[in-house]
Design a protein around this ligand. Structure first.
Ligand code: HEM
Length: 378
């Protein structure tokens, strides 16, 4: 056999073994982390184990932590999804307002029933999955100075094997095993975490073409809407009052929701100005098509910049989507005093100069715009 022939046979053999080893390693990887192909985008391998890669805030002191300061306004308001990647560690945000806020949340849950907490039957597995992970994994890992897992000292042997979560803030114990109904689980989540959680699943009606619908929620701090009226609605129907949604956002939102892979966590922020400080606001923060904009006297001391830090991620087991948001309020006096008055005043003008001029109307800029701008520039 010639030297050349021997050389090409051995190269071929090496190539075949490398290809075989590569295929085998792919096969192994697949066996370790099974994800549905439909949720993998551009070959990105998002791993379910990301849900356990939570960076602990070991020395976190919630009482000494000031609320994050969000100043998202731009000179012109363009209606886009404006999503950024984030990590599972950053899913929640806690600060010194925690205890006051959860007290208020508990009162609202007690007083307002399904206006703040509701769930359809089909979302129960997703709520249980999220509840177990949040209470048993996320809270004790991320906030060990606030939440710790403890042994169950119950006299009932069956219960003794179930670990509990203790809140070092309220001195309460919280079951890690989900309660028997999704509404109870959501109420507990809403009573211990200052964040709203809304659960979505693809519609089972073939006519909806897989569009996502709201199936359950705990929403204690809605900014001018009643979540009860949004349950069972598709994203497009939830957003009907938002001007420009159908033409500028609907298609990309539906595509994004359908393809968001497990393990990819996204966030966005929004802003508006409200002339009251009510965290629980079922109405009054927007003006809708056809409504009158009556004159209203504005108390500038009660007028705040209201921002939401929103996140979206998919649960690894049930594949439901969880939309979550935390609300922040900053007095406009503070915005002026910190030197951001002109920037906010320009952004208020920019509501009618962007891609959807009707935004100025929806955000009630037509009601408070002049007074607020004048104050910010005075
Ligand atoms: C992550 C993708 C999303 C985007 C880009 C988005 C975008 C918007 C925008 C631009 C508004 C107008 C107010 C503002 O400036 O924020 C709005 C309002 C609203 N959004 Fe979304 N949204 C998203 C997800 C969701 C989800 C998943 C839900 C509920 C399950 C939801 C519920 C609402 C509600 C209830 C309103 C108020 C509508 C009203 O005035 O009645 N949004 N959204």
């Amino acid at each position: 056999m010639s030297y050349e022939l021997r050389f090409s046979i051995s190269s071929l053999l090496i190539l075949i073994s490398v290809a075989w080893l590569y295929r085998r390693s792919l096969g192994n990887r697949k066996a370790e982390k099974p994800y549905p192909k439909s949720l993998l985008k551009n070959g990105e391998a998002f791993s379910e184990s990301l849900y356990y890669q939570i960076k602990p805030l070991r020395n976190f002191e919630w009482r000494n932590t000031n609320p994050i300061q969000i100043r998202p306004f731009k000179p012109k308001y363009h209606l886009t999804m404006a999503l950024e990647n984030t990590t599972i560690s950053e899913l929640l945000d806690v600060d010194k307002t925690y205890l006051d806020r959860i007290r208020l949340r508990r009162q609202l849950i007690k007083d307002h029933g399904n206006i703040v907490v509701d769930a359809n039957k089909k979302i129960a597995p997703a709520v249980s999955e999220f509840y177990t992970w949040m209470m048993g994994t996320y809270l004790p890992l991320r906030y060990p100075t606030m939440f710790q897992i403890v042994q169950n000292t119950s006299m009932v042997p069956k219960q003794r094997s179930q670990p509990l979560l203790t809140s070092l803030v309220t001195r309460e114990t919280i079951p890690i095993r989900p309660p028997s109904t999704a509404i109870e689980a959501l109420s507990l989540l809403g009573s211990h975490i200052d964040t709203e959680f809304l659960f979505l699943l693809p519609s089972s009606d073939p006519a909806d073409d897989g569009k996502y619908k709201l199936e359950g929620y705990v929403t204690c701090f809605p900014s001018g809407f009643d979540t009860r009226k949004k349950i069972n609605l598709t994203l497009a129907d939830i957003h009907t009052p938002v001007p420009g949604y159908a033409s500028k956002l609907e298609k990309s939102m539906d595509r994004f929701f359908a393809t968001l892979p497990v393990g990819k966590i996204v966030k966005r922020v929004n802003w508006s100005v409200t002339t009251n400080t009510d965290l629980f606001a079922l109405g009054g923060n927007h003006v809708y098509e056809g409504e009158d904009t009556k004159y209203e006297s504005i108390d500038l001391e009660k007028t705040v910049l209201r921002c939401e830090r929103q996140t979206l991620h998919r649960l690894p087991e049930s594949k439901a989507l969880v939309f979550a948001f935390k609300t922040f309020q900053y007095p406009i006096r503070q915005i002026k005093e910190e030197g951001n008055g002109e920037m906010l005043a320009a952004a208020i003008e920019g509501l009618s100069d962007g891609s959807v001029p009707r935004m100025a109307y929806y955000k009630r800029g037509v009601v408070w715009g002049n007074a607020v701008r004048e104050f910010l520039r005075s």
